[in-house]
Design a protein around this ligand. Structure first.
Ligand code: SF4
Ligand code: SF4
Length: 180
């Protein structure tokens, strides 16, 4: 059983040709997430990190994705426009095989939250601070099917019945369904 829901998908596109390795994205990300906000900056706490090897003209900004408990066994190696990248360079995971995307004091994983803020930012801050336009923000709506587990619905209804009584719950359901 599933319900169709609209989901906003946020994407930061990375144009490798435009990044010059200035690291402004790391500075603003770590500063925005500092406590207090903007109180300090430390690229090691940034959720976007720059893979850089100036001698090979490699400047690759990567923003943090999911935490993964185990390192992967099979890895990919990319050669793009004659430049050979390290086998973990494009990976966004906070994983045991490297220090990237870990809070330096606690070791806790860091993950990009697209600069969640109240009121919301117009665009993620790393995108706003990238003067070279190497980071391009995009958002789109997708319809996704969300699975509804019957046991979850049943458990939810049972707790409502326990709290308010069966009559009140039934009355509410009838009223809601009559609203269409
Ligand atoms: S701010 Fe832009 S140009 Fe500078 S390092 Fe980050 S992605 Fe590259
Ligand atoms: S979108 Fe925000 S949280 Fe994510 S890497 Fe950029 S500045 Fe950091």
């Amino acid at each position: 059983m599933g319900v169709l829901k609209k989901k906003k998908v946020k994407v930061i596109k990375i144009d490798l040709e435009k990044c010059n390795g200035c690291r402004a994205c790391e500075v603003i990300c770590s500063s925005f997430h500092a406590v207090p906000k903007y109180g300090s900056n430390n690229p090691a706490r940034s959720r976007i990190r720059l893979i850089r090897d100036p001698l090979k003209d490699i400047f690759l900004p990567v923003y943090a994705g999911e935490y993964t408990a185990a390192q992967c066994m099979g890895r990919d190696k990319y050669i793009i426009q004659g430049k050979e990248y390290g086998e973990c360079d494009f990976c966004r995971a906070s994983c045991p095989s490297r220090d990237a995307f870990k809070e330096p004091d606690s070791g806790l994983p860091l993950k990009c939250d697209m600069c969640e803020d109240d009121p919301p930012q117009e665009e993620p801050l790393c995108v706003q601070w990238c003067l070279n336009k190497a980071l391009i923000y995009e958002e789109r709506e997708e319809e996704v099917e969300e699975e509804v587990r019957p046991d979850e619905v049943e458990a939810g209804l049972k707790s409502l019945v326990d709290k308010y009584g069966l009559g009140k719950v039934v009355d509410t359901v009838v009223r809601l369904s009559s609203k269409g």
